[in-house]
Structure formats: C-alpha cells, structure tokens
Design a protein around this ligand. Structure first.
Ligand SMILES: [Zn+2]
Length: 396
C-alpha cells in the first residue's frame, strides 16, 4: 500500500457522477448526486464540491477520467480481533451436513491462544482488505476473549487500528460460566467493564435466546453507559425478542441485524434515534431469510448497511457485496443502498464528519472504475474501487 500526501489544495476533476449525500446539492435526492463534478481537498478536509466547470483554482489536480466518486464506506459493525478459522463449519453448513462444533466457542479458544502480534496482524490484514474495497471507517469489537484479560487485550489491540472500538464482553456466556450466567453478567458489568472501558467508545450485547435476555442486556448496557460507553445492540437476528425495543429505549446508536421485527419494533425504530443496521453477509453465509429493508425504509427508519465481518457467520469485508445483496434481495434501490453504506454507517456511529462529501467533511473518497455508483449493484463481485483517499491521503 502506498500513501501519498500532497501539499496545498487538490482538485479531483472530471468526475462523471459524485455522490455527496447532501440533498441540498445536485439532483436534490438524498444522495445529492452531481454530474460532471469536482471535489477540492485541503489537508484532511473537503473544502468545495460542485460542477467541474465552476471549480476554484487549486495547487494540484487529479483527473478522475469520467468515473464515479462516492464517500468512503463506513462499516459500523465487524468482529476483527480473532484468530483461527471456521472453514469446516461453513463448508458443512453449505453442504447440508450437521456440524456440531462450538461456533463462537471455537474462535474464543483460538483467540485466547494467539499472541498479541498475531491478533494485531489479523486486524491490520482485514482493515487493509476493507480499505482496498473502499472502507475508510471501520468499527470493530471484542467478544472472542470473554475473560477480563482477553477482552481488555482485544480492545487494546483494536484501538491501535481504529477509533471506533466496541466492548462486547457480552457476546456469549463462555463455557467456563455455563452453569452460572448471572456470575458472568456480574463480571461483564464489573471487573471486565472496568478493565475494558478505557479502550472502547461503545458497549454492545448479543440480545438473543441462548445469549443474553432483555434484563441481562439492559444491565450490561446500563453499566457500560455509566462508564461512559454508548450503547449499541445485536438485536433480533435469529428470532423475535426485546433487543430492538431496548435499543431504542436506551438511545442506542444502532440496533444491528433487525432480521425478525414486529410492527411495534419497526415503529420504535421509525420514531426513535436508533439506526437499524442490516448485515446481509450474515444471512448470505447462513442461508437465512433476508432482513426487510423496504419495510424499515417505508416506515421512516434510518437504515445502515454493514459487513458484520467475522469468521463464523459473515466472513466478508466487502461493503460493495453488501450493497449488491441489499439491492437484489432486500428491496433497496441502488441509491438507498449506497446511502446506507456511507451516510447510514456514519449515523450508526453518530458521526457528522464522515459518510458525506460536503465542505467540512473528512476527505474520505472512493473512486470507482465505473461511470455511476449504481454499478456497485449492477456489477456484483467486480472490484470496482480503483482508488481510495482517507483524510485527504491517497491510501490505495
Ligand atoms: Zn456482530
């Protein structure tokens, strides 16, 4: 990977179509599409966007060659601090065979056994992989340590690579606490939280049958909030349950998965400040029914798309892949899917400075080898991201 910093102002010109995500710009749609556009960058910020013919003079220019530019993707949900491999589990599932290995527990054992250097190298590898596909902001979580030391270690390592770090000590009840889940919740809300809070911005819980119920999830999120961590929730992935309503009630930034929703859940998301983050890589990789993005959008909810990159249920770092699935199978238009993968992810992280290309925003851009952002869904599986800038630096 090469990094290039250019002093002075730089204009990216000859952009066939530019997604700004500012509805006051361009065609007046939510993605604020400008044709024949230019973007001017100064340092790490966007300072001007508009029609190429009106661009101000700059110190440097880069010719986009009549291709499309979009904001860098904001992937607001991943699990990158892990070791080991679950190829056999996936292969068995896709071959229709029963597979009784321990799922998340398999990854927990491998992660505990790994060195700091191995875990850090893994995070760096998957972040680089995502960056090449246009992801300029990546949230990631702990959740494969499940001891005080292993969770704190995971977050310390994550923190070396990204600012968006989430404490997920409440991923599952580990085998060593299987007989006494209440004692594990006490650990997650006590000693483990104290050790982890300095490294994290967010607290998360897997609210699901077989993981943590509504009362346990409330205790975990409330304890995290008291330590300055803002809530987000793994909610309603495998079954109906209290996760979404709890997320909205506690003003969580995001309720993630949202695959099994009652009308009351949809209504709560539509009227609350909590983003509904959909993770179609998980349904793809487990052959599960898709979340209904159309239902959420029609109700007025804010929808984000994210990869859920993890070795068990969604081992993809590709936001373009998630966009293609969302358009093909979840009722989203290409415009909506691109918005959700950029501005939607920013909303799910409560960030104003990313996910849009307007003056003052961080200069995070992806140049597509295509004339339009629609090609992200129209040409699934094709590596269309051809250049990436993050904070004004060309990083790919
Ligand atoms: Zn997850």
């Amino acid at each position: 990977m090469t990094t290039t910093t250019t002093p002075g102002t730089t204009a990216l010109t000859n952009i066939a179509s530019l997604v700004t995500n500012d509805p006051s710009l361009g065609d007046g749609t939510p993605i604020g599409l400008i044709q024949d556009a230019a973007v001017v960058i100064d340092g790490d910020r966007v300072v001007w966007v508009g029609e190429s013919s009106k661009a101000p003079a700059t110190d440097n220019a880069v010719d986009a060659g009549g291709r499309a530019v979009i904001p860098g993707f904001v992937d607001s949900h991943s699990h990158l601090v892990f070791a080991g491999d679950r190829t056999q589990e996936f292969n068995a599932r896709m071959s229709g065979r029963a597979y009784s290995a321990g799922g998340i527990r398999t990854t927990v054992a491998a992660t505990r056994a790994a060195t700091d250097a191995e875990l850090s190298a893994n995070v760096a590898r998957y972040l680089a992989e995502a960056l090449r596909q246009g992801t300029t902001t990546q949230e990631t979580k702990s959740g494969y340590g499940l001891t005080v030391d292993d969770e704190a270690r995971a977050l310390r390592i994550a923190r070396e690579h990204t600012d968006e770090v989430t404490y997920l000590g409440a991923h599952i009840v580990p085998p060593d606490h299987a007989d006494d889940p209440a004692a594990y919740v006490a650990l997650v809300t006590g000693e483990m939280l104290d050790a982890c809070a300095p490294y994290a911005r967010w607290v998360d819980v897997f609210c699901e049958k077989g993981a943590f119920d509504g009362d346990q999830a409330r205790a975990i999120l409330t304890a995290g909030a008291a330590k300055g961590l803002h809530p987000r929730v793994h909610a309603n992935q495998l079954s109906y349950g209290p996760g979404v309503q709890l997320a909205v009630e506690l003003d969580a930034a995001s309720a993630d998965h949202c695959t099994h929703l009652t009308d009351a859940d949809v209504d709560a998301l539509a009227h609350g400040a909590t983003v509904a983050t959909l993770l179609p890589g998980a349904e793809f990789s487990t052959r599960a029914a898709w979340p209904d993005a159309r239902r959420l959008l029609d109700a007025g909810a804010t929808v984000a798309l994210s990869t859920d990159c993890n070795p068990g249920s969604s081992f993809t770092s590709s936001m373009p892949f998630c966009i293609a699935l969302a358009v093909r199978d979840m009722g989203m238009t290409p415009d909506e899917a691109v918005w959700s993968a950029t501005a939607g992810g920013a909303a799910a992280l409560r960030r104003q400075d990313i996910g849009r290309l307007t003056p003052g925003a961080r200069a995070d851009l992806a140049l597509l080898d295509a004339p339009s952002h629609v090609h992200l869904a129209y040409r699934p599986g094709v590596p269309l991201v051809t250049a990436v800038w993050r904070a004004g630096e060309r990083v790919h």
